[in-house]
Design a protein around this ligand. Structure first.
Ligand code: SF4
Ligand code: SF4
Length: 351
């Protein structure tokens, strides 16, 4: 049998066939060969690029989290279970209809829409299930160019109302990275995106690298992450058990490298979201949304902070346990490059 040492071949053997791929979409549509079909990543033809960005940008190939943290925040990866951040709030959209359609505080759609209105971003990359969903995106391969009824496809919009509507749809994360990978390289638009933590990591792994044939991360004006405990959507044809198996190795609950992270305000604060503002870009966008009246805030109660810290730590411990079970070796953490001291502490807590 032929063996290959090229980037997509290594991606296939080290990530996909190992059950580590949550189908974040980071490798999709950046080239003519890799696409997403029926809940799987498929390779349409052989590629002979040794160091392809598909491999480099994958959140499940080795990732030095200290390096990522320094690139995003200019400081070392810390030990806080919520990651690096500037402020945290309870917050909600001031529009009751938006809260209703979001099923919570509606901060994500309100923040994206208000950032468009304020000119913080020019467009939002998202996902649609409409077969005639318009798109300004360049399809690089035949699979990602399929716009079939009911099957998610990438879209980009500058209309605040449409961006808000797409940000509350069930499949909102399904094609957001293939959409970003499809933006024409000469685009000067600043985009906003709402992602899951694995998708955020794929984007942040690009911070120090130029991206051949596609826009770089400096095109991102606002990167929002929703908290995630397990994969939130299923692709047509995807098996829940298989999708969640890949998520069982996932370390990040809140999206620690986003500009702003958003999760539920929990039962005691129904209709409100918990918001973690992390970067200067996130702070500017969030403050502008509050100033414009699109979002209102309250202090985040200590019970919420404690609950999110616990949920995050539990997810880290679970991921470590599952990774070590898989490799049989506490020194081989597959993709997870974190300080040894933290590994030892978490493994000790797991016992
Ligand atoms: S985790 Fe994302 S980037 Fe990695 S193989 Fe899966 S879809 Fe591609
Ligand atoms: S748990 Fe969520 S963030 Fe983690 S890999 Fe799965 S979908 Fe991605």
């Amino acid at each position: 049998m032929e063996t290959q040492d090229y980037a997509p071949a290594r991606l296939r053997t080290e990530v996909i066939e190992e059950g580590l791929c949550p189908v974040c979409g980071g490798c999709v549509a950046g080239c003519p060969y890799l696409g997403e079909y029926s809940g799987r990543i498929i390779q349409l033809d052989r590629c002979t690029v040794a160091e392809g960005s598909c491999y480099a940008n994958c959140p499940r190939t080795f990732t030095d989290l200290d390096e990522v943290n320094r690139a995003v925040f200019g400081e070392a990866f810390g030990t806080s279970d919520l990651g690096t951040f500037r402020a945290a709030y309870l917050a909600r959209s001031t529009d009751p209809a938006l809260r209703e359609s979001a099923g919570g505080g509606g901060v994500v759609p309100a923040l994206l829409a208000s950032s468009l209105k304020a000119g913080v971003i020019d467009a939002v990359v998202s996902t649609t299930t409409s077969p005639d969903g318009k798109t300004d995106l360049l399809d690089r391969n035949v699979v990602s160019s399929l716009h079939l009824e009911g099957v998610p496809s990438s879209t980009m919009t500058s209309d605040p109302a449409e961006a808000a509507e797409l940000a509350t749809a069930a499949h909102r994360f399904a094609r957001v990275l293939s959409g970003f990978n499809s933006i024409p390289k000469d685009s000067s638009q600043k985009v906003g995106m709402s992602c899951l933590p694995c998708q955020v990591l794929s984007l942040r792994k690009r911070t120090d690298s130029s991206q051949p044939n596609r826009v770089g991360v400096d095109s991102i004006g606002l990167l929002v992450s929703e908290f995630c405990a397990a994969k939130r959507w299923l692709e047509p044809g995807e098996d829940r058990q298989k999708a969640n198996k890949a998520c069982s190795y996932c370390w990040d609950y809140t999206g620690e490298f986003a500009d702003v992270s958003v999760g539920s305000g929990r039962a005691a604060n129904k209709g409100w979201d918990a918001v973690i503002v992390r970067t200067e870009a996130g702070e500017k966008a969030f403050d502008a949304a509050v100033k414009s009246g699109a979002i209102e805030t309250r202090p985040l109660p200590q019970e919420n902070i404690d609950a999110e810290m616990k949920a995050s730590r539990d997810k880290k411990k679970r991921a470590l346990r599952n990774i070590v079970e898989k490799t049989g070796n506490t020194s081989d953490l597959i993709y997870l490059g974190i300080p040894r001291e933290l590994v030892d502490t978490l493994l000790k807590e797991e016992r």
